[in-house]
Structures are given as structure tokens and as C-alpha cells.
Design a protein around this ligand. Structure first.
Ligand SMILES: Nc1ncnc2c1ncn2[C@@H]1O[C@H](COP(=O)(O)OP(=O)(O)OP(=O)(O)O)[C@@H](O)[C@H]1O
Length: 385
């Protein structure tokens, strides 16, 4: 590859390959255009980029944006400190994921700090102009609300990504929140980012319950469950949707336990059976009895379909919560099906699905047919997408 300017930082990187092979970070401390070549199966390429601009700070590192000289791609570079003892789980998970509604890992490389002995991992990602958090703030500052159709676009793409992630790769994100959903306010495209907390959950192995940002934590996590499922992401997504409708978080807990209080204030005290479904160790615990407030009283201006949809994502019992594909076929999204000829719907390929990848988990032919009938109703000609 032609390197045009010596002022640019030049890095030999690994082009992201679908289902790539794990790598040994110690073999990949490459931060110049010298001839060192990694010993693994992936094709290394050289990229260079001019001075970068910081677009985000997270608890684990910093995110820059820049344009790659060679390809003219605008990218975001997430730089995180790498613990030499472990593989980077975020990298391993991102290598597995390939979906229109998930930030794509384009390249990655390791870099050694000049002064100290630290190693940094650089993830080179699709760039997106805003987070959903920033987009919502825009409307709040204007003292208006996000258009209901725009919300519907974002939620459809979120559940489409979760359907893929949960079923095809068995990855649970574990930190769905508006800050981790990146959007393009022009096209209304949405992509999930930050897989720093993500994990492939196995039913036989316990998982830590202290994950997910407070306002978006599923109640089973607050109850300390370690056998939770991918359904925690559905709860968080319901909280995101509620926040987009309200303009502020639905359950703004001030502490871990206050988070449960906020939920109980609206959904009422969970029944014995619901508590059992979240964490059976708490079944004999006495909770003050609070009556639920019907969601149509909380969301006075929303229509019945919106309320019905939301209430199916915000269920105490994780098994009662909608699965991502049940979300996609709900009548709440019929409005998108009705405007399927609209350029925004077409440009985003909203109704384009890879049957093997996205419906492969549906084993019964009858169930698959029912799903497709509902998903592609309202005259959508699947072949046109
Ligand atoms: N691909 C991207 N394009 C544009 N901006 C991005 C991109 N990835 C991340 N950002 C910005 O950087 C912020 C932090 O990124 P990210 O959440 O991945 O880092 P983190 O260190 O894991 O953060 P956290 O502390 O929230 O876990 C995001 O909220 C977003 O504003």
C-alpha cells in the first residue's frame, strides 16, 4: 500500500476477517512501517492516518476519529489498555459480529507505549456521527420530542441487531444504553457499539451480576442473579425506548437498590412467581406492596400499540419478555411495513434479512412461516430488497 506522508502515523494492522483466528498480542506489537510481520493467518495491511480528534472518553479508554489515508474511510479508533495476561474479550467478540446494525471492526493493531511498558489495543471501527443519547439531548434542548417514526426506526434496528447477536453468535451485549447506540440523524441508521461488557453466555456457567449501567439494569441483575440470559438486553432496550418517548430515563435510580425502588414504583411489587423467575433466593423476602401504574398513565400521549409493545419488553419475568424476533413482528412496527417503499426504509435495508443467519435458530418450519408472514406483511416484496 502506498504511504503518502511521513507525518502520518503508519501502522501495520490486521484486516478484520469474519470468524477470524485468535491472536497472540505479544506477537503483534507493531507501531511503525518496519518489516515485522505477524505469524498468523490474517492478512496484515498498512494503514496511516493524520492526527486524530477525540470523540469520546469511556471508562476503558479513549475514542478518536480520523480518515484513513489509503482508503479515505472515516473511522473511529478505540484505544484500550491491554492486559498482557488475557485475550481481549471485546476484540474476540467483535471479530464474531457482522451485521448492518452493529459497529463493524475494520482493522485492529497493538501498540507499545514509548515511556512505559504498557500495550494498547487499537480497534478501528465504522464511524457514526452521534450517539442516541446526543440525538435525544438535541430534542430535549429544543423543548420538543423525538419524532415517533424516528424512534420506531431506531428500535427496529436495535431489535434486528439483538436477534442476530443473541441467536447467531449467542453474544449478550450487557450494556445497552443510549450512549452505546450510535446513530446517523440524517439516515436514521442505528448501530450498537461498545462490546467491552459483552459475553457469550452459557446456560451452565454463572456470570457476574454487576454489569450494565444502572438505569438500564434488568431487575434480575439487581436481584444478584448469576444465571441470567440474553433477555437482560431486552429489558435495557425497553428502558431505552421509554427514555426516547419520555425525554428522560424511565427508572432513574440513585443507587443500586434505589434502582429497584424506581422500577417497583411503576411496575408494582413483583409477585412471588416473578421473584422466583429472577432469583429464587429472594422468594421469602418481604417487599412493601406497591400497586402497578398502568403504562398508559405513564405514557399518556402514546398509542395502544406503543404501550403494548413496551410492556412486553419491561416484564419482570425474563421468560415473559419478548424475544427479539417477537419484537420485530409486533404490530408496533407495522407502520414501517406500511412505508416499506420509503427511501429511508429501503436505504437502511430494514426488511432485508439473511434467512440462514437471522432466522436459523427457528427450527420449526411452521413457526418460521408464521414469522415471515408477519415480518413481511403489508405487501412487502422480499425479493425487492
Ligand atoms: N464507532 C464510533 N463512532 C463514533 N463515535 C464512537 C464510536 N465508538 C465510540 N464512540 C464514542 O465514544 C464513546 C465511548 O465509546 P465506548 O462506549 O466504546 O468506550 P468505553 O470506554 O467502553 O465506554 P464506557 O465507559 O461507556 O463503557 C461512545 O459513547 C461514543 O460517543
Amino acid at each position: 500500500m502506498n504511504i503518502e506522508s511521513i507525518n502520518n502515523q503508519i501502522h501495520i494492522v490486521h484486516k478484520q476477517v469474519y470468524h477470524g483466528h485468535p491472536i497472540d498480542p505479544n506477537q503483534l506489537i507493531i507501531s511503525s512501517s518496519s518489516s515485522a510481520a505477524p505469524s498468523n493467518n490474517e492478512d496484515p495491511v498498512e494503514i496511516s492516518y493524520p492526527t486524530t480528534e477525540v470523540v469520546g472518553h469511556g471508562s476503558f479508554g479513549v475514542v478518536f476519529t480520523t480518515t484513513l489515508k489509503e482508503t479515505n474511510e472515516t473511522v473511529a479508533i478505540k484505544k484500550v489498555l491491554q492486559d498482557r495476561r488475557f485475550k481481549n474479550r471485546e476484540l474476540e467478540i467483535m471479530k464474531l459480529l457482522k451485521h448492518d446494525n452493529i459497529i463493524d471492526l475494520k482493522y485492529y493493531f497493538y501498540e507499545k507505549d514509548n515511556d512505559q511498558d504498557d500495550i494498547y489495543l487499537n480497534l478501528i471501527l465504522d464511524y457514526m456521527p452521534q450517539s442516541l443519547y446526543q440525538r435525544l439531548r438535541h430534542f430535549v434542548h429544543q423543548r420538543t420530542t423525538m419524532p415517533r417514526l424516528e424512534i420506531k426506526f431506531y428500535m427496529f434496528q436495535l431489535f434486528k441487531a439483538l436477534n442476530y447477536m443473541h441467536n447467531f453468535t449467542n453474544v449478550c451485549h450487557r450494556d445497552i444504553k443510549p450512549q452505546n447506540l450510535l446513530v446517523d440523524p440524517q439516515s436514521w441508521c442505528l448501530k450498537i457499539c461498545d462490546f467491552g461488557s459483552a459475553k457469550q453466555l452459557k446456560p451452565t456457567e454463572p456470570n457476574v451480576s454487576y454489569i450494565c449501567s444502572r438505569y438500564y439494569r434488568a431487575p434480575e441483575l439487581i436481584f444478584g442473579a448469576t444465571n441470567y440470559t440474553n433477555q437482560i438486553d431486552i429489558w435495557s432496550s425497553g428502558c431505552v425506548m421509554a427514555e426516547l418517548l419520555l425525554g428522560q430515563p424511565m427508572f432513574p435510580g440513585e443507587s443500586g437498590i434505589d434502582q429497584l425502588v424506581e422500577i417497583i414504583k411503576i411496575l408494582g411489587t413483583p409477585t412471588r412467581q416473578e421473584i422466583c423467575s429472577m432469583n429464587s433466593n429472594y422468594m421469602d423476602h418481604k417487599f412493601p406492596q406497591i400497586k402497578a401504574i398502568p403504562l398508559n398513565k405513564v405514557f399518556k400521549k402514546e398509542d395502544n400499540l406503543t404501550i403494548d409493545f413496551l410492556s412486553n419488553t419491561l416484564k419482570y419475568d425474563p421468560n415473559e419478555r419478548f424475544l427479539p424476533f417477537q419484537c420485530l413482528i409486533h404490530e408496533y412496527f407495522d407502520e414501517l411495513r406500511e412505508i416499506h417503499e420509503d427511501y429511508k426504509v429501503k436505504d437502511l435495508n430494514l426488511f432485508k434479512f439473511n434467512e440462514e443467519v437471522e432466522f436459523g435458530h427457528i427450527k420449526h418450519e411452521h413457526q418460521l412461516q408464521t414469522l415471515k408472514t408477519k415480518l413481511f406483511s403489508r405487501g412487502i416484496n422480499v425479493n425487492n430488497y
